[in-house]
Design a protein around this ligand. Structure first.
Ligand SMILES: *Cc1c(COP(=O)(O)O)cnc(C)c1O
Length: 228
């Protein structure tokens, strides 16, 4: 078995254990393999090992990989400039990083023109880190409130990249805050908004994220090795 196939199997097993340990259905957590800087050949190894969901940060870097492995499911997980939205619609099956009304509007416009509906997540930045994208809680709610203005997209949950912490326990309050925000949005019940997904947790802290309710964990280096 290749190194990559072994990693896929090991991470899947850890996800399963974390879910069961938290009293959750293991099938309620999906592994999203993050492929930034990873070659199409290596991604193919993961695909052949049964990994079907992949995420990319940069549109330009993603397009040749999507062409090389078209049967996989691809999600956009990086910051998205509105002028790049046209490359995303029709190529990615979900965008995790909608953090402003202007981007929601642009994605919706492009989707309507193509006759498709694009599932999206709202990217939250609850710790106020200036270097990262994402809206604060009030900003997220303001977008959710306006969902019906953008019929080309469907808001299906929240995503976050909390500040890096060596100790995953330090990330736990951030994961919990994201879940509580999703619960709050669900309980208000904005039309056109469903909180099905929480995209949170990376290589070193996905266990804590799953314990706090993650439905998609975004794992890169633990699958493909350290990025240079
Ligand atoms: C790179 C990246 C990941 C994966 O990080 P690892 O620590 O390598 O698992 C997850 N989410 C986003 C948005 C990323 O950019």
């Amino acid at each position: 078995m290749s190194e990559i196939a072994k990693n896929v199997r090991e991470i899947r097993e850890k996800i399963r254990e974390a879910a069961l340990g938290a009293g959750r259905d293991p099938d309620s957590v999906r592994l999203l393999a993050v492929t930034k800087t990873v070659s199409p050949e290596t991604i193919k190894e993961a695909f052949e090992a049964g990994q079907t969901l992949f995420g990319e940060n940069y549109v330009q870097e993603a397009l040749p990989k999507i062409d090389a492995i078209p049967r996989a499911e691809w999600h956009m997980i990086g910051h998205l400039q509105s002028n790049k939205a046209k490359y995303v619609v029709g190529t990615f099956s979900m965008v995790h990083t909608v953090d402003r009304p202007s981007l929601a509007a642009e994605l919706s416009r492009l989707c309507i023109a193509r006759g498709i509906k694009l599932p999206v997540l709202l990217q939250a930045n609850l710790s106020g880190e200036a270097s990262k994208g994402g809206a604060d809680a009030e900003g997220i709610i303001a977008i959710a409130k306006r969902a019906l203005e953008w019929p080309g997209i469907e808001i299906q949950g929240l995503m976050a990249i909390p500040p890096y912490e060596e100790d995953p326990e330090m990330s736990r309050p951030h994961f919990r805050a994201l879940r509580l925000l999703a619960n709050r949005i669900d309980s208000v019940g904005f039309s056109g908004v469903k909180m099905y997904h929480l995209s949170m947790g990376m290589s070193h802290d996905f266990k804590a994220a799953i314990e706090e309710g993650a439905t998609m964990v975004r794992v890169g280096s633990a699958l493909f090795g350290q990025r240079l």
